[in-house]
Design a protein around this ligand. Structure first.
Ligand code: IMP
Ligand code: MG
Length: 189
């Protein structure tokens, strides 16, 4: 297997829990390149600080930052939302905060998926209070019709149907993050 090329084969160990491919590895790759190009143009004068939301955004962040042709800086936050595993409560606990100062920085939040939007809404308020010059969002996935809070998302990779999905950073109980494509999850909840 060529580890340098994204691949679409469904890993044997995961097969029984995966449904259809929602976004193929090639589609992810192509779209991330497009987003990187757009961000490179939009932020040419002021390279952004990319803030990844752990852990789901690791794959996306890793590819996106390499698709941006600017001297970006990168930092991560870890959040966990209270409540059941597959539905967010909107009450977010900060597990790891940023290491860098946001004052007068152009900040771009890099998120894996916007479902209810409650996590992002909380993060926006939390980071917005630190006087960044600008605060925008780049979300790989947005679930259609699920947002409970009005979201203005500057960059969106794909709008997908409202199914629970895994792969490319997205997990169930920490598994399936290491798949290159995004699949519906049909295993045990
Ligand atoms: P929200 O607050 O409802 O927008 O969802 C917040 C978080 O829930 C996301 O950042 C993900 O970490 C997780 N999440 C939501 N939908 C999915 C999914 O389909 N697969 C894996 N994680 C998800
Ligand atoms: Mg997330």
């Amino acid at each position: 297997m060529d580890r340098h090329a994204p691949h679409d084969f469904t890993a044997k160990w995961a097969q029984q829990d995966l449904g259809e491919v929602v976004v193929s590895a090639k589609e992810v790759h192509d779209r991330v390149c497009e987003l990187g190009n757009q961000i490179s143009k939009d932020y040419a004068a002021n390279p952004p600080l990319l803030v990844g939301v752990l852990k789901g955004a690791i794959n996306f962040m890793s590819d996106l930052m390499r698709a941006i042709e600017l001297p970006v800086e990168v930092d991560f936050m870890a959040v966990s939302s209270y409540g059941a595993a597959t539905k967010t409560s909107g009450v977010v606990r900060i597990v790891k905060d940023l290491d860098v100062d946001l004052v007068n920085r152009d900040v771009l939040i890099v998120e894996d998926v916007v479902d209810s939007g409650l996590t992002l809404n909380y993060l926006r308020q939390y980071l917005g209070a630190r006087s960044p010059a600008s605060l925008e969002v780049c979300a790989l996935l947005v679930k259609e019709g699920e947002q409970r809070v009005e979201q203005s998302l500057k960059y969106v990779g794909f709008v997908i149907p409202s199914h629970f999905v895994v792969g490319y950073g997205l997990d169930v109980n920490e598994r399936y993050r290491n798949l290159d494509a995004i699949y519906t999850y049909v295993g045990e909840a």
